[in-house]
Ligand binder design. Structure first.
Ligand code: GRF
Length: 196
């Protein structure tokens, strides 16, 4: 059983590196994972250096080179389909995707809040500043809504008296855990659906 992964990222890439470290060319729960494609929309992203450590190359597809969102998405779709990817992971990929992407690609996204609360780019700050006693992270299927697809997994924690830095660190630790678990669970589901 073999799962070919694509990872899309835009910046720091700590989740991307965690996937490479824990899953790339590894057999977990009977599944051999291979990261076949790393795509980045930002040529200055630190994640590009992380990818090189694993003897892989990132493909840079800069959204600024396209006038329409759909044109950019079509290039992403072509790359992913060409590489026969089973599952695409958005790990800090800061672009809204159109139906051109969502209707053609099976993808999951990581988000630093307990969805459906705090969608969008400022989730960590909003969640920290809210009156809620708990916070958390989510992984969900990608559809054309912003951070709105079906939820696959969530992890929550009590905010207590954490400083913002402690809160942010906690979010990132949980993100690293939940994304790996969600990739494994989702891959098991995909293989089952394909009768492998
Ligand atoms: C994470 O907080 C993720 O939830 C959000 O962007 C951040 C990416 O971090 N979408 P990194 O690039 O994986 O370090």
């Amino acid at each position: 059983m073999h799962i070919r992964l694509a990872i899309l990222f835009s910046g720091n890439g700590s989740n991307l590196e965690n996937i490479l470290k824990k899953l790339h060319k590894k057999k977990v729960k009977g599944i051999y994972f291979e990261v076949v494609l790393c795509i980045c929309n930002n040529k200055n992203a630190f994640g590009i250096q992380r990818v090189e450590k694993y003897n892989l190359k990132s493909i840079i597809i800069d959204h600024n080179d396209y006038t329409k969102r759909e044109e950019f998405d079509e290039v992403l779709v072509n790359e992913i389909q060409k590489s026969k990817i089973d599952l695409t992971i958005l790990a800090g990929f800061m672009r809204i995707l159109s139906p051109v992407f969502t209707q053609n690609i099976k993808a999951i996204n990581l988000h630093p809040s307990l969805l459906p609360l705090f969608k969008g780019a400022n989730a960590i700050k909003q969640s920290y500043e809210s009156d809620m006693k708990v916070a958390g992270v989510s992984v969900h299927w990608v559809d054309e809504s912003l951070d709105g697809g079906e939820i696959i997994a969530q992890k929550a924690f009590e905010k207590k008296n954490l400083s913002f830095k402690e809160f942010e660190d906690k979010i990132h630790i949980l993100e690293h855990q939940i994304l790996i678990q969600a990739i494994i669970e989702t891959s098991e589901k995909i293989l089952k659906e394909n009768n492998v």
